[in-house]
Design a protein around this ligand. Structure first.
Ligand code: F6R
Length: 605
């Protein structure tokens, strides 16, 4: 995680660096810093906390210089204080880093024995020291090259030098890094969004690449020190729209956009007049797919769990959903007749990327489902399906989750249709329900106030549980994840039928419990599980499209969903889950877009 910026220009760079850092704060926000090159010396300023703290320091004592680097940190090695904040500098070199140097302890010892003294607890400082040491005997390119070769781990770097007054260096292994082209200035950034106000012309470094940014040119080198050329991408307008507008925070904006983003996603993949799903180039002929393996982290993993239910229901294909951090190290039996699907909003999540790499190395057929189409996962996958949700800035994923589910559902139906697994009537029924989903989402979004009112029940809770069965179970898990990350209340998503096997012991008088009970084939069973909870004092918030009145007296609150085909009720169930997490967090005065200890793009293991 962490965000990196670098700029070389013919004018002062510090305010542009700070602006770009603000855009990167979603990647980490526990400390911030900047180094500029000012008349032959490196001027480093840093602080703990947010970029606004850095701004205050710069207001009192401005940084001067036409070239510089900046950083927002998500701590991995060493507490988030000023000393551990980046940049890390010697008199010769200043470095910002995103990622982890796995052999930093060993390298530290090696360089301590040469007489170097380390000031911080970070893994990053070794890079500064190694570069400084090489520069005593080597030229610039060889110093960079040899330093990179000593590092084990994943990283993206930005570097400036006292004695090379016209260059900013960038390097990438594992963690993303983009460069931007300007007039008489060039830029480095952890993503293109950080550079959006400065340029819309972008190239991406690949693993092992490093680059030298000068005012008038950019030189790229690969891991072999060979000069290479890079494709230049022009960012679309959409990538340039990521402002809060009148919304209080990005999360409320992103929740509100979901009717529109779902409509857009459906429009991209569904020929609505012919009821045909336009997904071609699946890397294995659908009729030959032996098994589907879905791999992702966090919320994206929950979309995979949901897809597992759909694939089981609508196709005759065996399916597994895996957490990427486990999949990458497990001895999974990989098979060339299986389709491997990697789901990631950012397309940069380190574990998901590593899992994809593992499959690519074995020559397996891979599909990436991403929001960021220029991302590393998109570029490495054989076949990419964008979710078309537009930039998601709030750390808690909302519209991307709905988008991931929609693409996975359409892909499932496409595969199912091609294999003749689903009969025509069933297919048509589902497609017609999908077509009206955006309007049902809109209707559900309009009921926000109801959830806002019930949110108060949760703010003092020691903990809570989200219960669901079948299609509702992945959504129960997602609801619980949203509440924990935003409001810091302990929450677990459980298969309702599992309660009596242990978790029921946790129910205490007055404990708020969320029950997802769409009118599906599990409905009666879910209701029985709910009664068991109520009998033990649980205060139930029930989310359902059932309209009967019978149960009402036992339930603290019933949130009425619009009616839909129960197999796709997940899209509607998700919305009250998001509202609940949002309003509980708001009542607790939590930072909605930047929950503590988290970051949006998890580019470390
Ligand atoms: C939770 C959340 C995370 C991400 C996870 C994977 O709200 O956002 O759990 O879903 O870190 O991120 P991506 O989808 O970028 O791979």
């Amino acid at each position: 995680m962490c965000g990196i910026v670098g700029i070389v220009s013919n004018k002062s760079v510090s305010s542009s660096i700070v602006d770009a850092l603000k855009k990167l704060e979603y990647r980490g926000y526990d400390s911030a810093g900047i180094s500029t090159l000012n008349k032959g010396f490196i001027d480093e300023k840093k602080c703990s906390g947010r970029v606004e703290n850095l701004e205050k320091i710069l207001f009192e004592n401005p940084s001067i210089g036409d070239l510089g680097i900046g950083h927002v940190r998500w701590a991995t090695h060493g507490v988030p204080n000023k000393i551990n904040a980046h940049p890390h500098s010697t008199e010769q070199v200043s470095v910002v880093h995103n990622g982890i140097i796995e052999n930093s302890d060993k390298l530290k010892k090696e360089y301590e024995s040469k007489g170097y003294i380390f000031k911080s607890q970070t893994d990053t400082e070794v890079i500064t020291v190694i570069l400084t040491d090489y520069l005593k005997t080597e030229n610039l390119i060889d110093s960079i090259y040899k330093t990179l070769n000593k590092l084990i781990g994943s990283f993206a770097l930005g570097v400036i030098f006292k004695d090379f007054e016209d260059v900013v260096v960038g390097a990438r292994r594992g963690s993303p890094l983009a460069v931007g082209y300007g007039h008489n200035e060039n830029f480095l950034g952890s993503d293109s969004y950080a550079l959006k106000t400065m340029t819309n012309k972008i190239s991406y470094l690949d693993d092992g690449d490093f680059c030298l940014l000068y005012k008038e040119k950019i030189e790229f080198y690969n891991f072999d020190k060979k000069k290479i050329n890079k494709k230049i991408f022009e960012l679309s307008n959409e990538e340039n729209i990521a402002e809060k507008g009148d919304y209080k925070d990005f999360m409320s904006k992103e929740i509100d956009e979901q009717s529109y983003t779902t409509k857009k996603c459906i429009h991209e993949y569904l020929d609505q007049s012919r009821n045909k799903i336009n997904i071609y180039n699946i890397p294995i002929n659908p009729s030959k797919i032996n098994k589907i393996r879905l791999v992702a982290c966090g919320t994206a993993y929950h979309s995979c769990l949901m897809a597992k239910y759909w694939i089981e229901e609508f196709t005759s294909i065996d399916v597994e959903a895996d957490i990427a951090s486990e999949f990458r190290y497990r001895n999974v039996k990989l098979n060339k007749d299986d389709l491997y699907i990697f789901v990631s909003q950012s397309g940069e999540t380190a574990d998901t990327y590593a899992a994809l790499e593992k499959c690519k190395k074995r020559g397996l057929k891979t599909c990436g489902i991403v929001n960021v189409v220029e991302s590393s996962i998109a570029r490495l996958s054989d076949f990419v399906l964008p979710i078309h949700a537009g930039p998601e800035i709030g750390v808690a994923s909302t519209k991307a989750f709905i988008g991931q589910m929609m693409v996975l559902l359409l892909l499932t139906l496409k595969i199912s249709k091609d294999r003749n697994d689903l009969n025509e009537n069933n297919y048509k029924k589902l497609i017609s329900e999908i077509k009206i989903l955006p309007s049902l989402i809109k209707k559900t979004l309009s009921k926000q106030k109801e959830i806002q009112q019930i949110a108060r029940d949760f703010i003092n809770a020691k903990g809570t549980m989200y219960l669901g069965r079948g299609y509702s179970y992945p959504i129960a898990m997602e609801g619980a994840l949203k509440l924990k990350e935003l409001s810091y209340i302990h929450a677990e998503g459980y298969a309702a039928g599992e309660m009596k096997h242990g978790p029921l012991a946790l129910i205490e008088d007055g404990m708020p419990i969320v029950v997802l009970a769409p009118k599906d084939r599990f409905f009666e069973k879910t209701i029985s599980n709910m009664q068991e909870v109520i009998a033990r004092g649980g205060k139930v918030l029930m989310i359902t499209n059932d309209t009967s009145e019978i149960l009402n007296e036992n339930i603290r609150f019933k949130f009425q969903l619009p009616d839909t085909d129960s197999r796709i009720s997940a899209f509607l169930l998700t919305i009250p889950m998001q509202f609940l997490a949002y309003h509980v967090a708001l009542l607790k005065n939590c930072d909605i877009d930047k929950p503590r200890n988290l970051a949006k793009s998890v580019t470390v293991e």
